[in-house]
Design a protein around this ligand. Structure first.
Ligand SMILES: [Zn+2]
Length: 451
């Protein structure tokens, strides 16, 4: 996820939209009722966007003699278990189905509501896009919103207006977080960007608009090279043989993007921005490829991704992003010059709890986590060498891809692979991740980056 990044422009409408997105209370909170030992393996989503109905076929290992699914935003009409009708046992938005086999297939027929842009959590026909991050999956399909339970999605979408194209993965191939699934519908033109040296084919889909083709070309100028850098440096892409970026219209809030791999979404205003494009691609490795264990580990997704996006762009002769990161975001955060902007409020970015913060309303969900996290890695690179840092990030990815991990695991590995710098790494952890105040010399330390 990349929250709206307003650059030089800032309008009250944009702030209002952001505030609505940040504080929407109509979406379901994560259900505490789903046992951690339950394991969803695959979810097949057949969505009819005209009828606002779907069938989700969930292949799952039950826990405690039942399958438990969050259906809080749905109207469930029928449930079968391995083809046999089951009772509709729904309490407080949670569906329970008795099941004691090792693995069962639970098929749920349901309808889902059309959501408005102000609510921003589910299928939004006015924008032609779905969005269920961080844990609003049950506005679109039966799910477990827990970060721990990764799964493979297969999807099919019908009920699309003639002349429009629905873009979604027929399969996500590897385990990813529940919030990864999405569909975008629009009058799309596809741009073939070419393939990486590992053979991953990359595409861009853009909407009609002024200079749309040129903006798409500008934003994706180094996308194949950066994706190739990720594959060659950090490890194989986990979400199939094809990936791409989809321009999405999020209304007045069309900044940033969302890591819906393999077809990630980038907002119209940022579609010509190389950093936004490579950032969302980078989530294929961190955030999606390696999932978060706790919302408090948000920096493992956003800090790591912000760093590797700048690293990849720099290594493939793209633009340097460090002055942009520091001047546009870190300075207002550290100087407290934008106190009314929730994306630029300072905070400690690595709280020591696990899934105890109210993430949607916590300052951890802000650009502070992105920028302090990126500067942490930048400083570690200065300390141990950026190539050595790449090797540690690659080892971490290999060990955790397809599973959930914690930022603490990354810090432990960094110190294990650079033992002579362990104390200095601890000091950087303290400076950037565990302190409210920014380091005194933060501008110099993070902005003056030497490749
Ligand atoms: Zn992100």
């Amino acid at each position: 996820m990349l929250p709206p990044r307003t650059k030089a422009l800032r309008s009250p409408a944009l702030l209002l939209a952001l505030a609505a997105a940040c504080t929407a209370k109509d979406g379901p909170a994560p259900s505490p009722d789903i046992p951690a030992t339950q394991d969803i393996q695959t979810t097949d989503l057949a969505l009819d966007l005209a009828a606002l109905s779907g069938t989700a076929t969930v292949v799952v290992r039950p826990a405690a003699g039942a399958v438990t699914l969050d259906v809080a935003g749905l109207t469930v009409t029928r449930v079968t278990v391995d083809g046999e009708d089951a009772a509709l046992d729904i309490v407080d938005g949670t569906l329970s189905v008795p099941a004691d086999a090792d693995t069962v297939s639970v098929a749920v027929d349901y309808t889902f509501p059309a959501r408005g842009p102000a609510m921003f959590d589910g299928w939004m026909p006015a924008l032609g896009v779905s969005f269920v991050w961080p844990y609003a999956c049950s506005n679109l399909f039966p799910c477990n919103p827990s970060l721990e339970d990764g799964l493979v999605f297969t999807m099919s979408v019908s009920g699309v207006d003639e002349g429009l194209t629905a873009i979604y993965p027929s399969s996500t191939h590897g385990d990813g977080p529940t919030y990864m699934a999405a569909v975008a519908v629009g009058d799309y033109t596809r741009l073939d960007l070419g393939s990486t040296s590992a053979g991953t084919a990359l595409y861009a889909w853009y909407l009609p608009g002024t200079n749309a083709a040129a903006r798409a070309a500008r934003g994706t100028a180094h996308l194949v090279a950066a994706f190739d850098y990720f594959e060659q440096t950090y490890g194989a892409y986990n979400f199939g043989p094809e990936a791409g970026t989809i321009e999405v219209d999020w209304g007045s809030d069309s900044w940033g993007g969302m890591e819906h791999h393999p077809y990630f979404h980038v907002g119209t205003f940022d579609f010509d921005d190389e950093e936004a494009q490579v950032h969302e691609a980078g989530h294929g490795w961190f955030g999606d490829g390696v999932r978060l264990a706790c919302w408090e580990d948000f920096v493992l997704s956003e800090g790591t991704t912000t760093y590797i996006a700048a690293r990849a762009l720099e290594q493939v002769d793209g633009p340097s992003e460090w002055a942009y990161y520091v001047d546009d975001f870190l300075v207002p955060i550290c100087e407290g010059t934008q106190p009314n902007d929730p994306t630029l409020v300072n905070t400690i970015v690595l709280p020591d709890t696990c899934n105890e913060i109210d993430f949607e309303n916590d300052a951890v969900w802000s650009l502070t986590t992105y920028m302090k996290g990126a500067c942490f890695y930048e400083d570690v690179g200065d300390l141990i060498g950026p190539d050595e840092l790449d090797l540690v990030i690659a080892e971490f990815y290999a060990a955790h891809v397809g599973t959930a991990a914690r930022m603490e695991d990354m810090i432990t590995l960094l110190k294990a692979r650079a033992p002579s710098h362990a104390d200095a790494i601890d000091a950087l952890v303290s400076d950037w991740l565990l302190s409210y105040a920014c380091p005194e010399d933060y501008v110099e330390r993070c902005r003056s980056h030497t490749p």
